[in-house]
Design a protein around this ligand. Structure first.
Ligand SMILES: [Zn+2]
Length: 244
């Protein structure tokens, strides 16, 4: 099986206060969904999927997604991926990961400071709510309010019988709802990993239905296949059979 390692000069280096060094996403990446793109295609500014309109970042409910870095399951040479994976089991990683998001908001993507509210997608059944703890820490460090206003709505379809048929059909697949009315606030949805975009999109949609202004996403890791990242020029094959 082929092993891959990051192409280091395609990343920005960030040193955390504990001395740990991370490889963060550097341009060119898609201006909509943060997917890394080949340097030759940097001029387009969009990945192929977004260029074709085949994306969950629809520009209406979900305006844009920012990512601190990529996420790869075989995390050889990419310690942020390793920490994201550990974080799912161990909430103690939250504080260190919060510092990476703080760097994104304070310096890497300073336009994020124009947003008014941070939220997290609802956690899965039985999972510990790791993002909730992380965002409480981040909220203090970046002075942006965090509100736990998204929740799962398994009984959503029965509730929808009270409303009009069009809405019911349109929303039948929705699993996320917002528990509070919003008043045009611009919102950042923060999650650990962006994979298909379904969670991010449905979170944004729920927020917009309750009156949010612009909704964007911010994640620690933009997921993708190893071969795709190799094609984009940010991973390269490495010698040896061992997997990290
Ligand atoms: Zn894209």
């Amino acid at each position: 099986m082929t092993s891959y390692k990051p192409v280091k000069d395609r990343f920005e280096v960030f040193e955390r206060s504990d001395g740990e060094v991370f490889l963060l996403l550097e341009e060119p990446f898609c201006k909509r969904c943060a997917d890394p793109i080949q340097e030759e295609y940097a001029g387009h500014g969009l990945c192929y999927a977004c260029y074709e309109g085949d994306t969950r970042v629809d520009g209406y409910n979900l305006s844009k997604v920012y990512a601190a870095s990529i996420y790869i399951k075989k995390s050889r040479g990419h310690n942020l991926s390793k920490e994201i994976k550990e974080f799912k089991r161990n909430p103690e990683y939250g504080e260190g990961l919060s510092e990476i998001l703080e760097h994104c908001i304070a310096e890497k993507y300073p336009e994020l400071q124009n947003y008014e509210l941070m939220v997290a997608p609802p956690s899965g059944d039985g999972e510990r709510d790791q993002m909730d703890e992380l965002l409480k820490i981040l909220s203090q460090d970046v002075e942006l309010p965090y509100r736990p206003i998204l929740e799962r709505s398994e009984d959503y379809s029965s509730q929808k019988e009270l409303s009009d048929k069009g809405d019911r059909i349109e929303n039948v697949e929705d699993k996320i709802r917002c528990t509070r009315d919003l008043n045009g606030e611009d919102v950042i949805v923060i999650d650990d990993v962006y994979t298909t975009g379904a969670t991010m999109y449905n979170s944004a949609k729920a927020l917009r239905e309750k009156g949010a202004g612009t909704v964007i996403g911010l994640v620690l890791g933009r997921d993708g296949s190893l071969s795709h990242f190799e094609f984009a020029g940010i991973l390269e094959e490495t010698e040896g059979e061992d997997e990290g």
